[in-house]
Design a protein around this ligand. Structure first.
Ligand code: G3P
Length: 224
């Protein structure tokens, strides 16, 4: 029997409710819902990584790194620094922080050298196919127009999910495909999984929820 692992990535973005002390509080709350069945991964701001990784026993991702090494790179995010802060991986090319292919190629290389897991974000099917050729660990398919909204990608564009899973796996079967944008409830998660994803990437559905614990519980139900 093949055991398929599922993932709930929680993007803290730069929401006030997920920055600084509140980032740690949110990570602790998320950690309280972790039972081991679904890997729940906070995706935190660089400055909050260390505090979260040292106080919470969840795998933590950075929101971005730059394809640089030790040296003169003022203002950049060094992969080694992210790793030593306790992150196990990083997101690249999020719709809110897009980068060119040559950046991605170098960044993927740097992550492999340092030992960081890589998630690349794709805004459409063509980009998903293209990004698969970089052989990341994860590709998150997220239509930008649905990000932060109330209609989920699973409802608004189910074909994008199933077509992307197929196209990505034609390039490399090992890539774990997830989806995000507007994901708010267990039905959105359930549909994403039925369409071939191994997980979802959620931000406002948890971070902006009045009752964050309830929101996490609701999303986790979608994997059962
Ligand atoms: O990275 C996940 C994110 O872009 C989706 O945001 O607020 O639609 O869950 P949201």
């Amino acid at each position: 029997m093949v055991i398929v692992k599922n993932y709930l990535f929680v993007n803290f973005k730069t929401y006030e409710e997920a920055s600084g002390d509140k980032a740690l509080a949110l990570a602790k709350l998320i950690s309280g819902q972790f039972t081991g069945e679904v890997e729940i991964i906070p995706v935190a701001q660089s400055l909050d990584l260390k505090e979260i990784a040292s106080n919470v026993s969840l795998k933590v991702f950075a929101q971005h790194i730059d394809p640089i090494s030790f040296g003169s790179n003022t203002g950049k995010i060094l992969p080694e620094a992210v790793k030593s802060a306790g992150a196990v991986g990083t997101v690249l090319n999020h719709a809110e922080n897009k980068v060119e292919n040559d950046f991605i190629e170098k960044a993927v290389q740097r992550c492999k050298e340092v030992g960081l897991t890589i998630m690349l974000c794709a805004e459409n099917l063509e980009r998903a196919k293209q990004l698969a050729t970089f052989n990341p660990d994860f590709i998150a398919v997220e239509p930008p127009e649905l990000i932060g909204g109330d209609i989920s990608v699973s409802t608004a564009n189910p074909e994008l999910i199933s077509d992307s899973v197929k196209a990505i796996h034609e390039v490399n079967k090992e890539i774990i495909v997830i989806t995000g944008a507007g994901v708010k409830n267990s039905e959105d998660v359930k549909k994403a999984v039925e369409l071939g994803c191994q997980g979802v990437f959620v931000a406002s559905g948890i971070v902006s929820a009045k009752d964050k614990e309830k929101a996490i519980k609701e999303l986790l139900k979608g994997f059962r």
